[in-house]
Design a protein around this ligand. Structure first.
Ligand code: ADP
Length: 452
């Protein structure tokens, strides 16, 4: 096992990783920008290194500084968290070239899954169901029209290098196709420096259901069930739950089995998530994330398995601590992403937290790096914490969530808490009847969300 790990991240996820390290008896190194000198992950780590000015490209994305921080402190491994360099194959290669273990899959697997055309081709060959669409990239308009006619409208043009919902355009009919194709290509070129696009059938009312996997890097993998992340705004997840209200045990075992087999065959190491759209009982792969996800705690809640602990074990060569037969699903869990944002407009609301009181009690977990008096910097994303609630069933979990949202006080800034207070009382949510467009439709009705 490692004796010292450097955490190449900030905020709640840096703290999350730090906690797993402490429980394994591993010393921790925090890195931080000058804007984060007083952050919680810096205070709680055994050592810390300032790696640059506030802008992420000069600090959290600064590979030479991170490598230097490893060398100065003697860290044996790096945990990248999510975001920043977590899916950067080059970073994984560079740290390993310096004798430091990257806690994650191989650079090759990161690279394959980071290219969506390549990812789709790879998983399809491994037996995972994919969205009907073009076989690889589409480079000219004539091919776009031919493929779209074959799969049937509406179709979605997607950027191979895409991420964060950018570079995606819908063509409802053939009349829209030429423009959608040109726009997706130019947006992708502008955002990612790459105009490769592909075409997929546009699913009208799917749910977003993803499967958590853990691979041992030696040919076997297990699945930890699904998370339903259908409540999204602008393709960003807002509320996640496990199990999905739409899936039964038989469907879970079937898709979980297919995915675990495929990921084992790939020789994948560590934690990963296979994302699907789910419609009319069918799963359609959309992408794989080769890292820990923001919403991983809902899986931890219902399985009792510490995903970061497993990531570290696999990277150290100790292997997984659990087999598929050991994985038991217990109850229901929901996560709400608490963002420092106006809950109606979603504009960021950085600033000082004048009063802070998180909820507590049975089945309640708050993962957050903030505290009373903390000043939220404006340089990074607006996620300031996650409220994760676990209960014996979905009804109990929703009651507990309502109680927690009533207790939660964050003064001085706006947060998305009022949105969740509305959602928890909504009949569709109570019934589990929502798809990936539900939240946008709901927000269009202009619900009263106050000032946040
Ligand atoms: P990104 O990497 O940009 O997040 P994804 O491929 O994961 O892109 O897709 C993000 C979201 O876009 C999905 O969760 C879903 O809401 C929507 N989406 C993607 N592909 C399709 C499709 N074929 N039909 C309908 N919606 C889709």
């Amino acid at each position: 096992m490692f004796s010292k790990i450097l955490i190449a991240n900030r905020g709640e996820i840096a703290l999350r990783v730090l906690r797993a390290c402490k429980e394994l008896g591993i010393r921790t190194v925090a890195v931080h920008s000058t804007a984060d000198a007083n952050a919680m992950h810096v205070r709680l780590a055994d050592e810390s290194v300032c790696i640059g000015p506030p802008a992420a490209r000069d600090s959290y994305l600064n590979i030479p500084q991170l490598v230097a921080a490893c060398e100065i402190t003697g860290a044996e491994a790096v945990h990248p968290g999510y975001g920043f360099l977590s899916e950067n194959a080059r970073f994984a290669e560079i740290v390993e070239a310096h004798g430091v273990k990257f806690i994650g899959p191989s650079p090759e697997h990161i690279r394959i899954m980071g290219d969506k055309i390549e990812a789709k081709r790879t998983v399809k060959a491994l037996g995972i169901p994919v969205v009907p669409g073009s076989d690889g990239g589409v480079t000219n308009e004539a091919d776009a029209f031919r493929v779209a006619a074959e799969i049937g409208y509406p179709v979605l043009i997607k950027a191979s290098a895409g991420g964060g919902g950018r570079g995606m355009k819908v063509a409802q009919t053939a009349d829209d196709l030429a423009e959608a194709f040109a726009t997706a290509r130019s947006e992708s070129r502008a955002a990612f420096g790459d105009d490769s696009v592909y075409i997929e059938k546009y699913l009208q009312r799917p749910r977003h259901i993803e499967i958590q996997v853990l691979g041992d890097g030696m040919g076997s993998a297990i699945h930890l069930g699904e998370r339903d992340c259908s409540l999204q705004r602008r393709h960003q997840k807002v509320w996640e739950e496990a199990p999905s209200p739409a899936l039964n045990a038989e469907e879970r075992d079937r898709i979980g089995g297919v995915v675990a087999k495929a990921i084992g065959d790939l020789g994948y190491a560590g934690a990963g998530t296979i994302e699907f759209l789910y419609e009319n009982g069918e799963f359609y792969f959309i992408e794989m994330n080769t890292r820990l996800q923001v919403e991983h705690p809902v899986t931890e809640a219902i399985t009792g398995i510490d995903l970061v602990n497993e990531q570290i074990r696999v990277a150290s060569g100790a292997g997984l601590s659990v087999r598929q037969a050991d994985v038991k699903f217990n109850g229901h869990a929901i996560e709400c992403r608490i963002n420092a944002e106006n809950p109606a407009t979603f504009t960021p609301s950085p600033g000082r937290i004048s009063y802070y009181h998180p909820p507590g009690g049975l089945g309640v977990r708050v993962d957050s790096g903030v505290y009373q008096g903390y000043n939220i910097p404006s340089y990074y994303d607006s996620l300031i914490g996650k409220l994760i609630v676990h209960g014996r069933n979905r009804v109990e979990t929703l009651m507990r969530l309502r109680r927690c949202l009533d207790e939660f006080v964050v003064d001085g800034i706006s947060t998305t808490i009022p949105l969740f207070r509305n959602l928890v009382d909504n009949q569709d949510i109570a019934n589990g009847l929502y798809d990936i467009h539900w939240l946008e439709r709901y927000l269009a009705t202009k619900p009263d969300l106050g000032e946040g």
